[in-house]
Write a protein that binds this ligand. Structure first.
Ligand SMILES: Nc1ncnc2c1ncn2[C@@H]1O[C@H](COP(=O)(O)OP(=O)(O)O)[C@@H](O)[C@H]1O
Ligand SMILES: O=P(O)(O)OC[C@H](O)CO
Length: 503
């Protein structure tokens, strides 16, 4: 009897497999980090074969720890770090190059060339995206131009492109023995190659980017029982389990938070930070530096869209303080350090490590610590590091309020950083809206499980999912208006200091 749903979350820093019961409660979990490869400043890569090995290991690990068998899973769903690009050989499964990670800035020159003809908004009307190093299209172009053999193989139809859900699903469903080569609409909407309304690859952009159609996966809904087939019974699940869902991780969190109604928003605080506002069945173009993207598509239904504010560095700044500055050993310790002082002593940290993403889109920006005086100590820096995430979120909310014309009135939050209560209170203060954390913080995996569970009939109605959502805690604003606005003015000045750094 299939009593559970499983979900793979192939994230930027780790891969996990979580098993959920019908109430959306976690009954099994395993997780493994993978290596971050930095071959040059600003470049970030992952080894796709390490990621596939880790995926198998965490699936086996979660089953073993929970005593659940693969055959007890009604279906599985996949969620993933988006944009990260792999090109591999269809006969052997061997990657032509490491996966180029979403944070990687190596396509700066390619993007500059693309912008020469039409500027940063050249493809925005069709794709919803500005030209930026963040997205997959320029990363594919880089691989085809820089890896010997890759272009010829792509033109012959031997080289396949995929984002991480495509890569993992291909392997799970048989790999070289005929694995499914598909991408879901949410991931495809991050490539800068898909027409946002038609949900098809755009011929003109493919030509401009020099990407042969043969290498692109088929675009499918995020939740569907008939698309992907089943897992290989000789694989880590040791059973044929239908793959019924695939959703990019930030959209999966939106589903996991059950933001099914236009106007609902969530913010996920992980390596980066991603605020998504559900806007309904029509894509709304952004005029204030946000992205228009697909929120999800359930089989047989119209797609839903959202406006997204993407922040490249959030929890990664805490990791930087831990690993590069050696200030503590565990990310959670940053809260205790920051609590030792009432404020940052006038210091701001702007983590423009890979330029600034939304709403600025400035690849020429680099990080700054502004406002240093002899008075400032590590406690102030720790506090400023946390505040940076809250201020970056405020930048996004300001842009979103202007784009949607409706001010945000509350925010659902999730991700690794929301354990930090100091940050959550400050977030509520600088936004001047209540901030609510759900009791299941693993909303990303839960969203992928929901996508798979709805398609497989494990859950029948979205209302069942909404019933599963439970509040853990809400923080309400308690900061004086003047303090809030003065703090934010300082932040804007600090952001200015990061610009025009890279020549
Ligand atoms: N208590 C904490 N306070 C601040 N940051 C934290 C805390 N715990 C974890 N983090 C940060 O959260 C991130 C991990 O969150 P997670 O959602 O697992 O990220 P991802 O899915 O992007 O890998 C790390 O960057 C880490 O530095
Ligand atoms: O893996 P995460 O949680 O850092 O998310 C990465 C985003 O999907 C990048 O767009």
């Amino acid at each position: 009897m299939a009593e559970y749903i499983g979900a793979v979350d192939q994230g930027t820093t780790s891969t996990r497999f979580i098993i959920f019961d019908k109430n959306g409660r976690i009954v099994g979990l395993d997780q493994k980090e993978h290596e971050q490869i930095y071959p040059e400043p600003g470049w970030v890569e992952h080894d796709p074969l390490e990621i596939w090995a880790n995926t198998q290991e965490v699936i086996r690990g979660a089953l073993l720890k929970s005593g659940i068998k693969g055959s007890q899973l009604a279906a599985i769903g996949i969620t993933n770090q988006r944009e990260t690009t792999v090109v591999w050989d269809r006969l052997t499964g061997k990657p032509y190059y490491n996966a180029i990670v979403w944070q990687c800035t190596r396509t700066h020159e390619i993007c500059k060339e693309l912008m020469e003809n039409g500027g940063q908004d050249r493809f925005r009307e069709v794709t919803g995206l500005p030209v930026a190093t963040y997205f997959s299209g320029p990363k594919i172009k880089w691989i085809l131009e820089n890896v010997p053999e890759a272009r010829a193989a792509a033109e012959r139809g031997d080289a396949l492109f995929g984002t991480m859900e495509t890569w993992v699903i291909w392997w799970l469903t048989g790999g070289p023995k005929g694995g499914a080569h598909v991408t879901d609409v949410t991931n495809a909407s991050r490539t800068m190659l898909m027409d946002l309304k038609k949900l098809e690859w755009d011929e003109d952009i493919m030509k401009i980017m020099g990407v042969p159609r043969q290498m692109l996966p088929r675009i499918v809904p995020s939740s569907d029982a008939a698309t992907w087939g089943s897992t290989d019974e000789h694989g880590p699940l040791q059973a044929r389990v239908p793959v019924c869902g695939a959703v990019g991780d930030q959209q999966a969190a939106l589903v996991g938070q059950t933001c099914f109604t236009p106007g609902e928003a969530k913010n996920t605080y992980g390596t980066g930070c991603f605020l998504l506002l559900h806007t309904g069945h029509e894509p709304i173009p952004s005029r204030h530096g946000l992205i228009t993207t697909v929120a999800y598509q359930f089989s047989g239904r119209q797609p839903s869209y959202c406006l997204e504010g993407s922040i490249a560095i959030a929890g990664a700044l805490v990791q930087w303080l831990r690993d590069n500055m050696g200030m503590f050993e565990d990310a959670a310790e940053v809260e205790e350090l920051a609590k030792q002082v009432e404020n940052t002593g006038g210091v701001y940290v702007v983590p423009a490590f890979s330029g600034l993403f939304a709403p600025y889109w400035r690849p020429d920006a680099r990080g700054v610590i502004a406002g240093l005086t002899r008075y400032v100590n590590k406690h102030h820096i720790a506090r400023a590091v946390l505040e940076a995430t809250a201020y970056q979120t405020r930048d996004i909310v300001e842009a979103m309020n202007r784009d949607s014309g409706v001010p945000l009135t509350s925010l659902k939050v999730d991700g690794g950083m929301v354990r930090n209560e100091l940050l959550m209170q400050f977030q509520s203060d600088v936004l001047n809206v209540p901030v609510t954390r759900p009791s299941v913080a693993e909303t990303t995996c839960l969203g992928a499980a929901y996508a798979a569970g709805i398609a497989s009939g494990f859950w029948n109605e979205r209302s069942e999912l909404i019933e599963n959502w439970q509040e853990d805690r809400t923080w309400s604003p308690r900061m004086e208006e003047e303090t809030r606005e003065q703090g934010y003015r300082g932040w804007k000045k600090a952001v200015d200091r990061t610009l025009n750094w890279v020549e």
